[in-house]
Write a protein that binds this ligand. Sequence first.
Ligand code: SME
Length: 160
Amino acid sequence: MFTFAPTQGQTKAQLHADLVEAARALIAGETDGIANMANLAALIWQFLPDLNWAGFYRAVGGELVLGPFIGKPACIRIPFGKGVCGAAASSGKTQLVPDVHAFPGHIACDSASRSELVVPVIRDGTVIAVIDLDSPLSARFDEDDAEGIEALARVIAASI
Ligand code: SME
């Protein structure tokens, strides 16, 4: 079986680079998008510290629908434009939220969440999903995390 694991002591940039390479290897040759999203959620959870939710919402019929994830059960359907995920989906732009309580319309699926990073996955110019990461720590995510997860989104866009 696969034995991807983060090594200790590397920079955040290197951690994200390793995550992207592990993701590339994990999805290589597999065409089932659900299986790939399930493994990718687990991989993100394994690599990145201080998360309480990591997973996917998929763009289905003009709204976001819950996909594979690690964390507590979450809201199933999110309209485009609603919450942090809906903002990422409707704008096609990464949402870096240091304090979820200061984000108008934030949808609290887990009351433990304090900060959030949502990155759209874009295929052929269309948002097909978002990657949603939640943390119980305030300001857990920075620009390095945003760039790292954006790189991940580019690598997986054809495989989910
Ligand atoms: N907080 C998100 C909803 C999804 S949960 O965090 C898993 C939002 O505001 O869109």
